[in-house]
Design a binder for this molecule. Structure first.
Ligand SMILES: NC(=O)c1ccc[n+]([C@@H]2O[C@H](COP(=O)([O-])OP(=O)(O)OC[C@H]3O[C@@H](n4cnc5c(N)ncnc54)[C@H](O)[C@@H]3O)[C@@H](O)[C@H]2O)c1
Length: 366
């Protein structure tokens, strides 16, 4: 298949793994990078043998079919919309947007232009979560009845040099980490019908623990402990807690409970295992050999899938509809907490197709 030419906008921390992994897929040809800060784009261009241009030049380049948006969350909407308006398909880092209405506008704009919109995370395409998906589809735990998922931490201000944004609306533990957990749950169980939330700002101030700003205080303007309940369309019920307020926890990352067994799912912010299964009547857990490849850090897998999907005119898996559904669930946990009632989700998405077993590394299904 002819490789798809791609430009990246946003040359910060996460851009390295996209530029590295881009070289592993024959379908991907990342030719161009851009950033508001041209020096950053130039440095990445030199390191990876690509061209540095301005964001406007990426949009104007007719050879580029996909724009990867690796800017900060607050810029995702504006950068993705500009790329769609320029007739490009877009793959955005998470979250799709920081506001639900903006997410809806992106999907509508992409549909009107006849281009695709994809969104991270793509960890659900990794070997660990695809093995879990296959076990569920093959009936290893029977009918899924419930799930629990926990992201328990004390926030990033101890190590992150610029942690202010984590404590503003559009961030917090749910918008920052929730996409990994919710996307994994949807990939395994399908879409969500309604949610309920309880959210709290447990500490009004945070103190930066490292870097040039060490000792400075951050005022907290978004909930930092978010407890969510989910009703899935398949009738399973879920619990998801994301927190920047706890010092330690023994809770697992993610478990799926079925009528005949339990699946202990790996950290959904990773691509590998371990996958543990305990079936009815068994006294202990057994580690399941992973059935799928892509077990190392494979960020960019979702872009490769989008590129194949464009060529073959098939749906892409890490898609905008699922990202919008995730965004609506995250916002609805907070809204539910404020309103004191369940919230029915209005967005809909399909459970993304499972990856076939036995794909040669560097390829996806056509
Ligand atoms: N760093 C990580 O470990 C990590 C992991 C997973 C996902 N992500 C996600 O990736 C995205 C980027 O994170 P990061 O850590 O690389 O951030 P970063 O701050 O290191 O880099 C963001 C870059 O975007 C540029 N930028 C900002 N607004 C822009 C605009 N309007 N036009 C062009 N360039 C613009 C900035 O100059 C900066 O170079 C975020 O959405 C984040 O949630 C990051």
């Amino acid at each position: 298949m002819t490789p798809t030419k791609i430009g990246i906008i946003g040359c910060g921390n996460i851009s390295d793994i996209y530029l590295k992994n881009g070289q592993k897929f024959d379908i991907l040809d990342i030719t161009t990078v851009a950033d508001l800060d041209f020096k950053r784009a130039k440095a990445k261009a030199k390191q990876y043998g690509v061209k540095a241009v301005t964001p406007a030049e990426i949009l104007a380049d007719p050879s580029l079919e996909i724009v990867i948006n690796l800017t900060i969350p607050a810029a995702h909407y504006e950068v993705s919309l500009a790329a769609i308006d320029a007739g490009k398909s877009v793959y955005s880092e998470k979250p799709l947007a920081t506001r639900l209405d903006d997410g809806r506008r992106l999907l509508a704009a992409a549909q009107a232009k006849g281009v695709r919109i994809g969104c991270a995370p793509d960890t659900f395409l990794g070997g660990g979560l695809q093995t879990c998906r296959k076990l569920i589809d093959d009936g290893a735990i029977g009918r899924p009845v419930a799930a629990t998922a926990f992201m328990m931490s004390h926030g990033p201000e101890s190590w992150h040099p610029d942690p202010e944004f984590f404590y503003q609306p559009g961030a917090g533990p749910m918008f920052d980490m929730g996409p990994y957990y919710l996307t994994a749950l949807i990939a395994m169980l399908g879409p969500i019908r309604r949610v309920t939330g309880m959210a709290e700002i447990s500490f009004q101030k945070r103190i930066i623990g490292s870097g040039a700003k060490k000792g400075q205080a951050i005022a907290v303007h978004t909930p930092t402990h978010v407890t969510g309940l989910l009703d899935f369309a398949n009738d399973a019920v879920g619990t998801l807690i994301t927190s920047f307020d706890v010092w330690g926890s023994h809770l697992p990352h993610l478990e799926i409970y079925g009528s005949t067994g339990t699946l202990a799912v790996p950290d959904p912010n990773t691509f590998g295992g371990p996958v543990l299964l305990r079936q009815a009547g068994q006294n202990d857990w057994r580690e399941v050999k992973l059935t799928h490849s892509y077990t190392e850090n494979s960020r960019g897998l979702g872009v490769a899938d989008l590129a194949y999907a464009l060529r073959s005119d098939r749906p892409h898996r890490a898609n905008g509809a699922m990202a919008l559904h995730v965004l609506e669930a995250m916002q609805s946990f907070l809204d539910s907490s404020q309103a004191g009632r369940h919230i029915e989700l209005t967005s809909r998405c399909e459970q993304p197709a499972a990856l076939p077993v036995g794909l040669p590394v560097g390829t996806l299904d056509e």
